[in-house]
Design a protein around this ligand. Structure first.
Ligand code: ZN
Length: 475
C-alpha cells in the first residue's frame, strides 16, 4: 500500500505536469505519467487506476489494435465518458491518460513487443484491468532494438497481460488459434467472450496452417478465413471455441458491404447475459476490418453499462462510418488521375497479405507493378512471409527499396527476388535521408508505366507512409 501523502503529492505533481505538457515543450504523451511514477513510485499506480469507477480495458495483439481501439472508443463514448490512449508501448502513457482525463472507464491500447521492453504482467497488476481484448497474434518484427526476439517470447508477453487477471472478462478472437488458447486458459478464472466469423462466404486460399499453440503439432483446418484464422482442430483435443459474437452473413457491394452479426455474450458491468442481432451497412473496408469490427463490438457489448443501448449504438456508429477511422500510414488505394496506387505499411506477412487482397479488388487481371520495401537484418522470416505475398500478386514488374536501415540486407533480399523476376530493379535509398527517400518513392509510383501500382512492406507508418500518402494526394 502506498501512503496517502505520497500518493496525493504524486497526483498533484502529475496533474501539474499535464498543464506544463499542454503549454510547454516536450512530450505531453508520457511526461505527466513519468513525473507521477517518479514521485509516487509504481506502487501508487493502482490507487490512481482506482479513480475509474468501472475500470480499464486494455487492447493488444499484432495487427488491428489501433483500429479496434478507435472503433471501441466511438461506440463506448456514445454511452459514457471515458479516458483513452492509443499506440502505447509504455506504462507511463496510460498513467498520463489517467491523470489528464476524466471518465469512469479507461480504454487503452497497449502494444507489447517483447518481454524485455514491455512489462505486461506488471501492467496487469498495476492497472488491474476489467478487460483485456486480443485482436490477433502473428509473426511480427522479430528484432526489437537490435535484439532478436523469438516468437515464443513474443507470444508469452501477450499472454502475460491477462494471465494474472482474477476479475473481469477477456475478449478474444476464436478463429486465431493463438488468441483462442489464451481465452481457453483463462476460462477457469474469468468470463471469456469469443468473436469470429461463421460464414463460408469468406474463404482464404492456400494452406495457411500453423502449429498447435498447445502441443506444437500441425493444426488440422476445415476452413481458412484469413491467413491462419479459420476453423481448426488438433489431435491433442484443442479446437476452435464457439463464438459469442459472430459474423453470420456478408454481402459485398462495390460501394458498401452488408454485415449480419449475432451476439450472445456476458456483460461484465451489469453481470448478465445479453443477446443481439444486427444488420450493418459499412464501407468496403477490407477483410481485416471485419475482425476489427467484431472485436470492437464484442468489447463494447461486454463492458457498456447501458445494455439497453447496444443495438442502436452499434448501428449508429457503423452505419455512419467513413474510411477516416483507418489510422495514419495504413494501406489505402488512391486514384491519381486514372492510375491506382495502393500504398501503406505492411510490416509483417499478415499485414502485407491483407494489403495485397485489398489491392486485388481493384486490379482484377491487369498488369501490376510491385514496389516492395524490405525488412531489416535478422528479419529473414518476415521476408519469407512477404515474398510469398509478392509472388502471389504475380506482378509484371518489381522494384525493391530498403524499408529499414540495412541497405546491404535489402540488396540480399533483392538478389533472391531477381531469381524469379530478372528485370526487377533495386533503389538503395538510405534511411537517414528520409526526405529524399519519400520523394523518390512518390516519384516511382507516380511515374510508373503501369496503371496499377502496389507500394508496401516495411517502413515507419507516420514518418514514411503517411508522408508519401499526403504527397501523392496533394498534387
Ligand atoms: Zn495440439
Amino acid at each position: 500500500m502506498v501512503g496517502i501523502v505520497k500518493f496525493n503529492m504524486a497526483k498533484l505533481s502529475g496533474k501539474a505536469a499535464c498543464q506544463l505538457a499542454k503549454y510547454g515543450p516536450g512530450s505531453g504523451g508520457t511526461y505527466p505519467g513519468h513525473v507521477f511514477t517518479k514521485i509516487g513510485g509504481q506502487e501508487s499506480i493502482p490507487k490512481l487506476a482506482d479513480d475509474l469507477k468501472l475500470g480499464s480495458v486494455l487492447i493488444t495483439g499484432t495487427n488491428g489494435k489501433t483500429t479496434t481501439t478507435t472503433l471501441l472508443i466511438k461506440l463506448m463514448s456514445k454511452d459514457i465518458q471515458i479516458r483513452r490512449s492509443y499506440e502505447n508501448n509504455i506504462l507511463n502513457s496510460i498513467v498520463t491518460a489517467l491523470l489528464s482525463q476524466k471518465g469512469d472507464l479507461g480504454i487503452f491500447e497497449y502494444g507489447i513487443r517483447d518481454l524485455s521492453h514491455g512489462i505486461p504482467d506488471t501492467v496487469q497488476k498495476l492497472i488491474n484491468p476489467i478487460g483485456v481484448v486480443y485482436t490477433t497474434i502473428s509473426q511480427e518484427h522479430t528484432q526489437v532494438a537490435g535484439v532478436k526476439n523469438p516468437f515464443e517470447d513474443y507470444y508469452k508477453a501477450k499472454k502475460l497481460l491477462s494471465e494474472g487477471m482474477k476479475k473481469g472478462t477477456v475478449v478474444t478472437n476464436c478463429d486465431d488459434p493463438r488468441t483462442a488458447l489464451i481465452g481457453l486458459n483463462k476460462q477457469s478464472d474469468v468470463k471469456v467472450n469469443y468473436y469470429g466469423i461463421e460464414t463460408d462466404v469468406i474463404e482464404d486460399i492456400g494452406d495457411n496452417s500453423i502449429e498447435c499453440p498447445k502441443c506444437g503439432k500441425k493444426l488440422d483446418y476445415s476452413h481458412f478465413y484469413l491467413n491462419h484464422r479459420g476453423v481448426y482442430t488438433c489431435g491433442c483435443g484443442f479446437k476452435r471455441p464457439d463464438a459469442n459474437v459472430k459474423l453470420t452473413d456478408i454481402e459485398f457491394g462495390s460501394n458498401s458491404w452488408n454485415l449480419t452479426i449475432e451476439g450472445d455474450l456476458f456483460n461484465y458491468t451489469v453481470s448478465k447475459n445479453i443477446k443481439f442481432n444486427i444488420k450493418l451497412t459499412v464501407p468496403p473496408f477490407g477483410f481485416h476490418n471485419i475482425y476489427n469490427t467484431l472485436a470492437s463490438i464484442t468489447a463494447y457489448a461486454t463492458f457498456t453499462p447501458k445494455v439497453e443501448n447496444i443495438e442502436t449504438t452499434i448501428k449508429d456508429v457503423f452505419n455512419n462510418l467513413d474510411m477516416s477511422f483507418i489510422p495514419p500510414g495504413r494501406f489505402e488505394v488512391v486514384d491519381i488521375g486514372g492510375k491506382f496506387v495502393g500504398l501503406g505499411q505492411g510490416d509483417n506477412g499478415d499485414a502485407l497479405k491483407i494489403n495485397a487482397m485489398f489491392m486485388k479488388q481493384f486490379v482484377k487481371d491487369e498488369p501490376l507493378e510491385f514496389i516492395y520495401t524490405t525488412p531489416d537484418e535478422n528479419e529473414e522470416e518476415i521476408f519469407e512471409d512477404h515474398y510469398e505475398v509478392v509472388k502471389s500478386m504475380n506482378p509484371a514488374h518489381v522494384i525493391v527499396v530498403p524499408g529499414r536501415r540495412s541497405i546491404e540486407k535489402a540488396e540480399e533480399y533483392y538478389n533472391i527476388i531477381k531469381e524469379d523476376f530478372p528485370d526487377a530493379e533495386f533503389y538503395p535509398l538510405s534511411y537517414d535521408e528520409m526526405k529524399v527517400r519519400i520523394e523518390k518513392l512518390n516519384e516511382l509510383a507516380r511515374n510508373s508505366e503501369y496503371k496499377y501500382v502496389i507500394m508496401t512492406g516495411c517502413g515507419e507508418e507516420q514518418a514514411m507512409w503517411e508522408e508519401i500518402k499526403k504527397k501523392m494526394i496533394s498534387r
